[in-house]
Design a protein around this ligand. Sequence first.
Ligand SMILES: O=C[C@H](O)COP(=O)(O)O
Length: 258
Amino acid sequence: MADTSSNHLPGRSLFSGRWAADALPRLLVSVRDASEARMARRAGVDWIDLKNPDSGSLGAPELATSQAVAQELADFPCRSIALGELADLDLAASHSSANVREMAEGFPIAKVGLARLGQSTAWQTAFRALARLLTPETALVPVIYADYQACDSPSPKAVLELIAEIQAPYLLIDTFHKAGQTVFDSLGRSELLEIVQQASASDCHTVLAGSLQTPDHATYQMLSISAVAVRGAVCHTDRRSALCEKKLNLWVSEFASA
Ligand SMILES: O=C[C@H](O)COP(=O)(O)O
């Protein structure tokens, strides 16, 4: 069972050293397969995140894809995987729970969305059950959807309470809907800052995503975020198209020279 009672969480060590609170924000890029993972690594991104962009904001990949990427990135510590929406996981079905566990194997961090659970009184229990299902090497972290009302996800306050309780090593703020609106269209900078500060009080680092289009270091610094996560901005057209090496290199150089 994953130890969620101490600072020795899997994933926690990703934030030591250059991930220190006063360090510059790092760049996370979401990839869809091993070939894109190679490209992202070659470009010099700090953190590689696996997801299936065809299946939504936090689309889970196929098992064969997650295994190939875990192998590809075995010596690249900052890697994570998206497991889809908690509401879609049938943890009572043994084949489904075995599949999720295997899918996350080899990733220090797995993240899951909470869409359609805004009215649920049992989502925290389901979240903890999923966390226990994963191997002890993988920390499960929740996502705050900036458009939580539109996707019926628990409020930022409710997710922050869970973060404090489970001592999550990081928090992702993202948008559920990917139809042109950015994270800033749903949450103002003061609301975002409040979330980051509350997470930080729980020793939790915040990663900011949500259709970000151009690097904006002044805002990242003002919000004290630890990392910026992008997919659409580094693809040829929309986030479901292939990664674009040129755009990737531009983002990497923006972060290297900030
Ligand atoms: O984990 C972060 C997301 O993949 C960001 O995707 P996006 O830039 O297309 O909103």
